[in-house]
Design a protein. Structure first.
Length: 128
């Protein structure tokens, strides 16, 4: 029994059991952060490949959606209020057309601006 030390074997077993029951939160957080960073790096590589593609339908969808969101937000917060005010003064019987569900524009634009990575980190951490 020269190679087996009963005290260190019991100590290692107790340490393993304790770590299974009460895991080290800082180590778990480090692993979750590393997974989130790896996910973001993967997405950045995909974004870079899309941006350098010569095909307009591969590289152009993101700018197109950005311009559509920008135009819709411009209409919602600048043009629509001014048009409503002007029509109330000039033609009170007319009403300016309003966009449907403009709250979805924020989600789309925020995701395009890169804030989606923060939500990914929340999901990894288990935040509802």
């Amino acid at each position: 029994m020269a190679g087996i030390d009963p005290i260190s074997a019991v100590s290692d077993l107790a340490g393993t059991v304790i770590n299974k029951i009460w895991p080290d939160k800082s180590e778990i957080e480090k692993q979750q952060l590393a997974a989130a960073v790896e996910l973001v790096h993967g997405q950045l590589n995909i974004d870079q490949a899309e941006a350098t593609n010569p095909n307009m339908f591969v590289a152009g969808w993101r700018p197109y959606v950005g311009w559509v969101c920008g135009a819709a937000l411009t209409y919602t917060y600048l043009i629509y209020p001014l048009l409503t005010w002007w029509l109330a003064m000039v033609h009170p019987e007319l009403h300016a057309p309003k966009l449907g569900n403009d709250s979805m524009l924020y989600e789309l634009l925020t995701g395009m601006l890169g804030m989606g990575a923060l939500r990914t980190l929340e999901k990894v951490k288990g935040v509802a």
